[in-house]
Design a protein around this ligand. Structure first.
Ligand code: FES
Length: 100
């Protein structure tokens, strides 16, 4: 898959090859980015992220994201990394942005 995924964790930023069908969190864990997470099923929101680029390259938000995030957050480009699956090749930049 072509493209580039830039993952900005708490202290680590990495540029990795995006894998179609995998979540942003799976990428972060696989590549050793310190991305916060707890439940991995869309309820704790620790993995929340802001898409600085490439939000349109992700699958549509899951039911869990729609429950956990406000419509305004989704519109602004916030996603849950454990739910957000890469759909299309391209350039994506994701910043782990927790509430606290
Ligand atoms: S890890 Fe809990 S919502 Fe993603």
């Amino acid at each position: 898959m072509d493209g580039l995924l830039i993952l900005k964790g708490k202290t680590v930023t990495k540029e990795v090859q995006p894998q179609q069908g995998s979540t942003l969190l799976e990428h972060a864990l696989k590549h050793g980015v310190d991305w916060q997470n707890l439940c991995t099923r869309g309820t704790c929101a620790r993995c929340r992220c802001y898409m600085e680029a490439g939000a349109e390259l992700l699958e549509a938000p899951t039911k869990a994201e729609e429950r956990r995030l406000d419509p305004e957050e989704l519109e602004e480009g916030y996603r849950l990394a454990c739910q957000a699956i890469i759909k299309t090749p391209g350039i994506l930049i994701a910043l782990n942005k927790t509430y606290f």
